[in-house]
Design a protein around this ligand. Structure first.
Ligand code: FPP
Length: 270
């Protein structure tokens, strides 16, 4: 691309970002089910790993644009508990890809003020992946921009089961009273402790499923289904998802009039 074209593209991108920011309702937390890598590759008669490789490019562009927009949390479903059941060769290729991506991307993430976190059964990952992950977490721990949560060997049921186990243990030890258990307390036992629930869930490849992702945390998230396969998902599709989110009315079980009253009270106080 010529320098002129690059400059035009950057200007257009900033224009869209500014417009989304002006709307004043950038989601605080976006969660993404990155789906369709295999189908993307199949369509091109390429091995599945080619789809995963290209998917890393989409991760890079999504992370960068979320950071620029001021999104505070981005959770990516990178490897589910169920993904362990895939053919051994695909699992080991995915693990190698993750390791390489973490190794190659950590400096850029750090430069962009991104803080890396991991959720899931991290101890089940190969040691080399765990090491790269811990390095990335450690190196970026003082960053104050986007919080990037990588869901690895993660599933919503695993998360809830793990929380229940620790909660029961604390009840038995007497540090938690059964009558004090409420949804706020349960949230504190989940891997997303201190992270606000996702405002927006994006799923790619046109599938309408939650696939055992953040089952508890997605209770009131708005859902955007993109028809694109994950390797084709780039910032322009992210902008579409956010623009669509900005048009939705989130009622959290209330009626529209109550939501409007709350909004006008909040703007009066603010
Ligand atoms: C789903 O596509 C995708 C995955 C199981 C892996 C996603 C992982 C990456 C894009 C790499 C992530 C890297 C970082 C650094 C977070 P699929 O294989 O299920 O596609 P299909 O449904 O078409 O078969």
């Amino acid at each position: 691309m010529s320098t002129r074209r690059v400059q035009d593209a950057i200007r257009d991108d900033q224009k869209i970002q500014n417009e989304l920011k002006r709307n004043g309702n950038i989601p605080t937390h976006i969660a993404v089910i990155m789906d369709g890598n295999g189908r993307w590759a199949k369509k091109r008669k390429l091995p599945r790993i080619a789809g995963h490789n290209e998917g890393v490019e989409s991760v890079r562009d999504t992370v960068e644009s979320c950071g620029q927009l001021g999104v505070k949390y981005l959770t990516l479903y990178a490897f589910s508990t169920e993904n362990w059941k895939r053919p051994k060769e695909e699992v080991s290729m995915l693990m190698r890809l993750l390791m390489r991506a973490l190794r190659d991307e950590t400096d850029r993430l750090h430069k962009n003020n991104v803080r890396v976190h991991a959720i899931g059964d991290i101890s089940s990952l190969p040691q080399e992946v765990q090491d790269e992950l811990l390095d990335a977490i450690e190196k970026t721990k003082h960053n104050t921009g986007l919080n990037l949560l990588l869901a690895l060997s993660y599933s919503g049921r695993w998360d809830i089961t793990d929380a229940v186990r620790r909660l029961i243990s604390n009840v038995q030890q007497g540090t938690v009273k059964t009558e004090n258990i409420n949804d706020h307390l349960i949230s504190e036992y989940l891997s997303t402790k201190n992270v606000p629930d996702p405002d927006l869930l994006i799923r790619t490849s046109g599938e309408f499923r939650i696939s055992n992702f953040l089952l508890w945390q997605l209770a009131y998230s708005e859902i955007y289904i993109s028809d694109l396969f994950w390797p084709d998902f780039r910032r322009n599709e992210l902008y579409k998802a956010i623009a669509e989110y900005q048009k939705r009315e989130r009622r959290f079980g209330m009626v529209s009039e109550q939501v409007q009253t709350q909004k006008s009270k909040a703007s009066y106080v603010g």
